[in-house]
Design a protein around this ligand. Structure first.
Ligand code: IMP
Ligand code: MG
Length: 180
C-alpha cells in the first residue's frame, strides 16, 4: 500500500506502513515501561485513530489497558492553536489512584497535553505519562515533553490518521500535508 489517494490535494508525509510499524514499537516501549495495567485516555478528536491502533498494538505487546476519552478544545482560529484549553467532554471513570497514559495526536505549544496532565494529577492519578504521534519541535509555549513520541513533525500543517484541517481529511489512512 503506497498511501496515495487520488482525491487528496497534498502529499504523503508518513505512509500507512511506517505508521503501523512505529505504533507497534511504541506500544512495546509503553508496556515495557508502564506494565500491563493502566488507563489510556485518548484526547479527542484528533487522536482517535492513533489511540485505537495503539490499543490493539498494546494487546499484541502483552498489555491489558482500559480506555477512555476526553474532548479538549483550544480556543483559537484556523490552524493556529493558541490560548486557553477547555474540557468539552470529560472522561467518565475514576482517575484517583490510577496509572494514566494520555494519548494525543500532536504536541505543538504543549498547552493541550500540559492541561490534560495537570487535570489528571489534580484528580489524584497515581502517575501520568503522555504519548503523542507527532511532535513539532521548537514550538513549545509551556514546559512540556511527551514521554513517548511517534515521529518528529516538520513545521507544516498535517492531516489524516484522525487529524483534520477545518473538519476535513481525518479519514486518510496516512499522515499528509495539504498544499496551500
Ligand atoms: P498544542 O496545545 O499547541 O500543543 O496543540 C496541540 C493540538 O493542536 C493538537 O492536539 C491538534 O489538535 C492541534 N494541531 C497542532 N498542529 C496541528 C496540525 O498540523 N494538524 C492538525 N492539528 C494540529
Ligand atoms: Mg487535539
Amino acid at each position: 500500500m503506497t498511501g496515495h489517494s487520488p482525491d487528496f490535494p497534498g502529499s504523503v508525509l508518513i505512509d500507512a506502513d511506517r505508521l503501523a510499524s512505529r505504533v507497534a514499537a511504541l506500544a512495546s516501549e509503553i508496556v515495557g515501561d508502564m506494565g500491563r495495567d493502566f488507563l489510556v485516555i485518548s484526547v479527542l478528536k484528533g487522536s482517535f485513530i492513533f489511540a485505537a491502533d495503539l490499543l490493539r498494538a498494546m494487546h499484541m505487546a502483552g498489555g491489558t489497558p482500559d480506555m477512555d476519552f476526553i474532548t479538549l478544545s483550544s480556543y483559537g482560529l484556523g490552524t493556529q492553536s493558541t490560548g486557553e484549553v477547555t474540557v468539552s467532554r470529560d472522561v467518565d471513570v475514576e482517575i484517583a489512584g490510577r496509572q494514566i497514559l494520555i494519548v494525543d495526536d500532536i504536541l505543538e505549544s504543549g498547552r493541550t497535553l500540559s492541561f490534560a496532565k495537570d487535570l489528571m494529577l489534580s484528580r489524584q492519578a497515581r502517575s501520568v505519562k503522555t504519548c503523542v504521534l507527532l511532535e513539532k519541535p521548537g514550538k513549545l509555549a509551556v514546559s512540556m515533553r511527551a514521554d513517548f513520541v511517534g515521529f518528529e513533525c516538520p513545521d507544516k500543517f498535517v492531516v489524516g490518521y484522525g487529524m483534520d484541517a477545518a473538519h476535513a481529511w481525518r479519514q486518510l489512512p496516512f499522515v499528509g500535508v495539504v498544499e496551500e
